[in-house]
Write a protein that binds this ligand. Structure first.
Ligand code: SAM
Length: 284
């Protein structure tokens, strides 16, 4: 094994696999998968096809969500006995909306060397092809599947200033879009469907355009990106004008508005708070 290793313990490698196109696996990933003593895989039958394709005959251990906690102990024991192990998932990067985090956490606790490999993931592939600009993004994986919980989840995104990246199954993409439009309005969005596969589709548009497209043809795997709402221009010359604007146009609390404006204007927070208090009272 050429990679670094602590004492006589094994190393746990986190190995991304393709999200569609079999060419999207790194040379290092193939080498590690060949060299380790065991490969932990979510669905061993599914992963066998990939491994056979690359001539990898390493023995497999099944490691899936429902047995994550139980299997982790066994795998940590193997690592402590000096076995080198690679963790893969059905597709993409393990532990990203996939099992793996519990094993990695326990590995850290047990002093095992963890080596994550860079590689394919739907979130980064979709974002890089979206053309959505900005200083960052919020990746939240799968939204809750039940309607009520999903609506609450979307409600929590109303004031988010970053593009939100979501994973969704084809069965639920339509419902997710409907609820998003209802709660967030017709924002700009983007979907990436069947990334790296024959029917790859990158589609920028308003959420209503995407909803229209999704009706009846919602096959394939999706990444949905929802852009932040347009910022309204804050208007006002005096402190009173600004306070009234925030009171009537933002979701911020009296306390948060006072904090923000005292910082923006270089005024004492209590002074701004007192004036805000009188204006908030007037509103009632
Ligand atoms: N660990 C994976 C990763 O790194 O991207 C994600 C696994 S998660 C169980 C599966 C979800 O990822 C799918 O439901 C879909 O939202 C997204 N996904 C995976 N492959 C995709 C692809 N080829 N095109 C679009 N979305 C994909």
């Amino acid at each position: 094994m050429q990679e670094h290793k602590v004492e006589n313990r094994g190393t746990l490698y986190i190995v991304p696999t393709p999200i569609g196109n079999l060419e999207d696996i790194t040379l290092r990933a193939i080498r590690i998968l060949k060299e380790v003593d065991h490969i932990c895989a979510e669905d061993t039958r599914h992963s066998k096809k990939l491994l056979n394709h690359f001539g990898i005959a390493t023995p497999l251990i099944s490691y899936y969500r429902e047995k994550e906690a139980e299997k982790s102990g066994y795998i940590i024991n193997l690592l402590q006995d000096g076995k080198n192990i690679a963790l893969i998932s059905d597709a993409g990067t393990p532990a990203i909306s996939d099992p793996g985090a519990i094993l990695v956490q326990r590995g850290h606790q047990a002093g095992i060397t963890i080596v994550p490999l860079p590689g394919a993931s739907a979130v980064t592939t979709a974002l890089s092809g979206s053309g959505i600009t900005g200083d960052g993004f919020l990746f939240l994986g799968f939204p809750p599947s039940k309607k009520g919980q999903r609506q609450k989840f979307i409600q929590s995104l109303v004031n988010c200033e970053y593009p939100v990246v979501l994973y969704e199954s084809p069965r639920r993409i339509e419902g997710l879009l409907q609820d998003s439009i209802e709660i967030l309005g017709d924002r700009n969005g983007f979907w990436a469907r069947e990334l790296t596969k024959s029917f790859e589709e990158l589609l920028p548009g308003k959420l209503t355009d995407l909803l229209e497209k999704s009706a009846g043809t919602n096959k394939g795997e999706f990444v949905l990106i929802i852009c932040p709402g347009e910022k309204e221009q804050v208007t006002g010359e005096t402190l009173e004008d600004l306070l009234i604007w925030y009171r009537d146009n933002s979701e911020l609390s009296l306390k948060d508005v006072s904090k923000k404006l005292s910082g923006d204007l270089g005024m004492s927070r209590s002074q701004v708070y007192q004036q805000a208090l009188s204006l908030w009272d007037t509103k009632k």
